[in-house]
Design a protein around this ligand. Structure first.
Ligand code: NAD
Length: 515
């Protein structure tokens, strides 16, 4: 543990060391790991090493879980109004430091500063929602279920919960997890993405400044070993996961085998269905924004367009619009999209684009050999559009997770629905049309958890839940909204009898029935 002057929320990173080492947060203290293994956190626009993140040791992991376990009894008995007030303060502090958070996100993750602000803001909305926890977790009461007997149910916290995060939303996803969990009365162990852990550290500093007691939120780092330790630990009751299907299904299976509840949000292939009656300019703007924003590294990015009938004639205009986007470091004010997260990600994206060409798709716009002046070492991929894509192509079957838009064609609306429904993923799907009747059919028949009607990225605000389906989600209680509160609480049902019959009614061994 560092000297007292360093073990504070105001100064979590080691001073003096370059690059700084990302600390764990254990029992309210930011502590350097004793691990001998560290991973470089790399600025994807420059390849500079921003910081180093440890593979947290087994002992440190155990210490974090113990701290969370020890903090639970008093935190669960802290009035819900007090817990809400911590969130009320936290949302104020996140607003105060939104620029600092956004700068950290752009430096570690690469997205533009404006988009990084959106990343923070969409998480902030969950904190705001958690401020109403007293109402959200209300139980139920039925009076006089039998003579003189009332039954009521209350929602109680589970205990120690954990969150495992992906790289693409370094602030929003941690904020989907711990604010709901802790305001329900749980304590938490967070494992940020090893690629961009900085925002989680800043958010934890703010949570402590807001008054979150020591041990209620803890942070550990690492990759597979830390994740497996979370899955196996008998003190952890529930796991929130967001990331790829490989990791998500592994965690879902391993943690469920240990009796934990898991909510696992995973990969996607979100389709836009475009009808010829749609408003052309608005639709094309939406497709370009949702296809290439954040360099396509959003789980709700629109990565496939199904043009129905004559709307395929709009492809030319789509290409023109995509060409006008500026690819640059996210720190540059003119950037529309920044780099992808790593060299490996760029290689994978380029390979999938080439596989599409090899399989017979036509490359209408090629962003694979882009060079950004001043940032020649960055992992940039420019907007790329492939058309004549078929469902059997690898570029269609795989989630590309880059600035690549695939175009397919359907002769009819019914055929378009069939294409979308045959895809294994079910995160989101959007329809562009001016026909209410068609929109209603789409809403009813489309097999995706989040549906947009003339809305390209239909991510619900926190009073609803994030409702991916099919291969995009495992579990049955979604993130945030009512389902999120249910995920982080368990129901206890109490049946009480207060009768004014001092002598009782004698002994009866028959099963009690309500009469
Ligand atoms: P990832 O699965 O590689 O990593 C996510 C987390 O899992 C990280 O913390 C990582 O350390 C851990 N991890 C990685 N591989 C693991 C393994 N084999 N075993 C155990 N743990 C492992 O995901 P990523 O690349 O960081 O994020 C991108 C993915 O996340 C995309 O598939 C995207 O669609 C998905 N995503 C989904 C949503 C959603 O809400 N559905 C939101 C954001 C991102």
């Amino acid at each position: 543990i560092r000297s007292a002057q360093h073990a504070t929320a105001a100064q979590p990173y080691s001073t003096g060391r370059q690059p700084p080492r990302v600390p764990n947060l254990i029992g309210g203290a930011f502590v350097d790991s004793k691990s001998s293994s560290y991973i470089d956190v790399i600025n994807p626009a420059t390849q500079e090493v921003v910081s180093q993140v440890p593979l947290t040791t087994r002992e440190e992991f155990k210490a974090a879980v113990s701290a969370a376990k020890d903090a639970f009894p008093s935190w669960r008995n802290t009035p819900v109004t007090t817990r809400q007030r911590v969130m009320l303060k936290l949302q104020e502090l996140i607003r105060r430091d939104i620029d600092k958070l956004a700068l950290n996100i752009t430096t570690e993750q690469g997205k533009t500063l404006k988009d990084a602000q959106g990343d923070v803001f969409r998480g902030l909305e969950v904190v705001e929602h958690a401020c109403g926890m007293a109402t959200l977790q209300m139980g139920e009461y039925v009076s006089n279920v039998s003579s003189g007997i009332d039954t009521y149910s209350i929602r109680e916290p589970l205990g120690v919960c954990a969150g495992i995060c992906p790289f693409n939303f370094p602030a929003m996803i941690p904020l989907w997890m711990f604010p709901v969990a802790v305001t329900c009365g749980n304590t938490f162990v967070l494992k940020p993405s090893e690629k961009d852990p900085g925002a989680s550290i800043i958010l934890a500093e703010l949570a402590m400044e807001a008054g979150l007691p020591k041990g209620v939120l803890n942070i550990v780092h690492g990759t597979t070993d830390t994740v497996n330790a979370i899955c196996d630990d008998e003190n952890i009751r529930a796991i929130s996961f967001v990331g790829s299907n490989t990791a998500g299904m592994h965690i879902y299976g391993r943690a469920a085998a240990k009796g934990k509840r898991v909510q696992s949000n995973m990969g996607a292939k979100n389709h836009a269905v475009v009808l010829p009656d749609a408003s052309m300019d608005a639709t094309l703007n939406a497709l370009v924004a949702a296809g290439f924003g954040a360099a396509g590294q959003r789980c709700m990015a629109l990565s496939t367009v199904v043009f129905v009938g004559d709307s395929k004639l709009w492809e030319e205009k789509l290409v023109e619009l995509a060409k006008s986007l500026k690819v640059n470091s996210g720190l540059e004010p003119d950037a529309d999209l920044g780099p992808v997260i790593s060299k490996q990600a760029k290689e994978r994206i380029c390979k999938l684009i080439q596989s599409g060409v090899d399989d017979g798709a036509r490359l209408l716009l090629d962003g694979t050999d882009i060079v950004v002046p001043g940032y020649e070492r960055g992992n940039f991929v420019g907007p790329t559009i492939l058309t004549d894509v078929r469902a059997d192509m690898e570029c269609y079957k795989e989630e590309i997770f880059g600035p690549v838009l695939l175009c397919m064609h359907a002769d009819s609306f019914d055929e378009a629905i069939k294409i979308v429904n045959r895809n294994k993923y079910g995160n989101g799907a959007s329809l562009f049309t001016t026909s209410g009747i068609v929109a209603r059919k789409f809403q009813n028949e489309i097999e995706a958890g989040q549906v947009g009607i003339n809305v390209p990225i239909p991510v619900p605000l926190p009073f609803f839940s994030f409702t991916g389906s099919k291969a995009s989600f495992a579990g049955d209680l979604n993130f945030y909204g009512k389902a999120g509160v249910h995920f982080f609480t368990q129901i206890k049902t109490i049946t009480q009898q207060w009768k004014d019959s001092p002598g009782g009614t004698g002994v009866s061994l028959a099963m009690p029935t309500s009469q």
